[in-house]
Write a protein that binds this ligand. Sequence first.
Ligand SMILES: [Zn+2]
Length: 183
Amino acid sequence: MKNALLPLTLAWLIAAPAFAQHEHKHDHGHQHAHVHGVAKLEVAVDGGNLSLRLESPLEGLLGFEHAPRNDQERATVVEMRKKLADAGKLFAPTTAAQCTLKSVQVAAPSLDAKPAASQNTAAEHADLDADFLFNCAQPAKLTGLDVRLFQAFPNMRRIEAQVVTAKGQKATRLSSKMRFLSW
Ligand SMILES: [Zn+2]
């Protein structure tokens, strides 16, 4: 009986992200892909500054992509904002580098839209951008970052990460089983 469900599940997994990407391109003309469960993370190391930019479909963070319409959705948004503000738990740079979180900026305009305005936009997609800045007392010891977003946001399945340091540029694909970025 269990096996009978397998083809259906696979079909859904393949079809759902493809649909999301297609629709987003047509709605907004953006060139970047919006695929549910897939986020982008840009990491820049510049002296003692470690800056991170996360770009994620809201679905991966909330399970929906519109301004909250009821108490449960409002609570989910509050919870998400708390997790992002407490970014020291989401990103763990090399301990010896002694990095501390300096600032967090979150932009998700569609969450602030008036409910009336978002009523007829159920099919639209929306992203969240977040910037995190850490300052590291021992930058020479900074060699990597443990990305813990997958535990905090179970809908997130993959992160396309890009690291830029004085040594150069490196792209890495992260998942809950491969969540460590090193450079
Ligand atoms: Zn979407």
